[in-house]
Design a protein. Structure first.
Length: 520
């Protein structure tokens, strides 16, 4: 990486730091605070009743075994929202087991002779607890808090796919575009925050063990300063929001975790800001959660693909042409959820089978049908979802394709894997700039196994009522050709430009092109 690139990327990451770090710290403090308030009293109660201890530890243990992303995703429909809510509840649940277990162990571990002595002095149950058991158990309890702190700070990075704003945004943005600088930057900050908070809690543990007020005050002040640091970014944003509330309406714009969506997020945000709206961008949100949030009016706007609505929301297994698909998708979203389709941006990001161009030409392969004799000896790659989607099953059955092996991999790796021969073909995205960069050929789909995937601008039921919002987005309808989107994606994925810079380049290209009839 050149020095100029390094400085530019560092400057961009630092500009995002107040929001990402602030959101991370506030989320962790809120979860740990509630976790302490629940776990310690419950642990004290459980330490006196073996049956309660058994059940509470069992329940907390079961929660701990649920994968973090799965728990976060499940809480979105349960709580009816995205962002802070499900993230806070999930992290609170994850914090309970270490604090609860250590509280039970610590209280039960107090020397029985000391308890007997306290009883002999005529102490009440509360006096025994607060003057003997809790002070003696404090080092063990704080040890559980240390474990919970590191666990929560690390797990908070996974809040990004459900709309949370944390240091995980750096990580997921980097992973989606193979920007290792962003990924490492986020990981290092999360690790540094975890170590810092762990050491501050450890200092409190030492203060209790050594009965040092100085250590206790140092730990308390340190934790308070971290909290104040976390409040700076959100507080500044809140003040700015108050200043503009009377003049600018807020629009929540959510996008999925891949390069194209990051670029479109910046493009739509600029378009809406120019029209006088205040935009809150939620990047890296899983597509299933975007749909859930859109239908429940938790977000205002998103860019989704007609094929996703057709196959995943409408559960359609047949295929129609682009115009018919757009018409039916628009009508379905309006009738079922009150969602408005403003229109297509003008290009498709469809599934398409791709392979190295030179090999395709040498073997005379032009369409998916030509793969049939080769498939039994070939490996086909695709993203983590495609081989479980109905589109793949339809293509495989229509063409009677039986590949030797299917290889699921991150979409950031599969284009290079095809070019280098690690797999023989891939299920690519037609608007991806790496298709041209790696000299891959897209194969025709004469039997139309895949539905159309036009990029659609969608507004939630409540957002439709916002004055001027629909009109602000209409100039983008039909404004982006496929080649323009491919180039914008290439700038990020191959040239390592930021999505914001790529969006500005894309906007200039849109302004320079000749007016044309919008795509369906």
């Amino acid at each position: 990486m050149r020095v100029e690139e390094f400085v530019a990327q560092l400057r961009e990451r630092l500009a995002q730091l107040p929001d990402f770090l602030g959101g991370h710290i506030l989320l962790c403090y809120a979860a740990l605070g509630v976790g302490l308030a629940v776990s310690i009293p419950l642990g004290v109660l459980a330490s006196r009743r073996a049956r309660i201890a058994e059940w509470t530890l069992a329940v907390a243990g079961v929660i701990q075994t649920v994968p973090s992303l799965a728990l976060l995703a499940l809480l979105v429909p349960v709580l009816g929202g995205i962002g802070f809510g499900p993230s806070f509840v999930a992290l609170t649940l994850y914090s309970t087991l270490p604090i609860l277990a250590n509280t039970i162990v610590g209280v039960r571990g107090v020397d029985a002779t000391l308890v007997q002595a306290a009883n002999g002095l005529g102490m009440s149950e509360s006096q025994l607890l607060f003057r003997v058991q809790l002070p003696l158990a404090a080092p063990v309890i704080i040890g559980g808090i240390r474990t919970a702190t590191v666990l929560v700070v690390g797990t908070a990075t996974l809040a990004t796919p459900v709309g949370g704003t944390t240091l995980g945004n750096y990580i997921f943005q980097g992973l989606s575009s193979l920007n290792y600088f962003s990924t490492v930057f986020g990981c290092m900050l999360a690790a540094a925050l975890a170590v810092l908070m762990d050491q501050l809690v450890r200092l409190m543990e030492l203060a209790v063990t050594r009965r040092s007020r100085r250590m206790a005050w140092t730990s308390t002040v340190g934790l308070a300063l971290v909290l104040v640091l976390g409040l700076c970014g959100p507080a500044a944003r809140a003040v700015a929001a108050i200043d503009t509330t009377s003049k600018r309406q807020r629009v929540v714009l959510a996008t999925a975790p891949f390069t194209e969506q990051d670029i479109l997020s910046e493009l739509l945000a600029d378009q809406l800001r120019d029209a006088g709206f205040d935009v809150e961008q939620k990047k890296g949100v899983e597509e299933s959660i975007i749909f859930e949030a859109l239908f429940q009016n938790k977000i205002d706007c998103c860019v989704e693909y007609s094929g996703n609505v057709w196959a995943l929301v409408m559960k359609r297994t047949d295929v129609a042409d682009r115009i018919a698909t757009l018409h039916e998708v628009t009508q379905y979203l309006g009738d079922q959820y009150g969602v408005l389709c403003v229109g297509s941006l003008g290009f498709e990001n469809a599934y398409a089978v791709a392979m190295p161009r030179n090999r395709a030409e040498s073997l005379g392969i032009r369409s998916v049908a030509d793969l049939v004799p080769h498939a039994p000896d070939w490996r086909v790659g695709g993203d983590e979802m495609i081989f479980g989607r109905p589109e793949w099953s339809r293509m495989r059955d229509l063409y009677s394709l039986r590949f030797r092996r299917t290889v699921a991999m991150d979409d950031t790796l599969m284009y290079a894997a095809a070019a280098e021969g690690a797999v023989d073909a891939i299920v690519a995205y037609s608007s991806d700039g790496r298709i041209k960069a790696f000299n891959l050929a897209l194969l025709d789909d004469p039997l139309r196994a895949f539905p159309p995937y036009d990029a659609l601008m969608l507004l939630s039921r409540d957002a439709v009522k916002r004055a001027g919002l629909r009109d602000a987005l209409r100039p983008l309808v039909g404004a982006i050709r496929l080649e323009m989107m491919q180039e914008a994606n290439r700038l990020v994925d191959m040239e390592k430009q930021s999505p914001r810079n790529s969006a500005r380049t894309l906007r200039r290209a849109m302004e320079q092109q000749q007016p044309s009839t919008p795509s369906p």
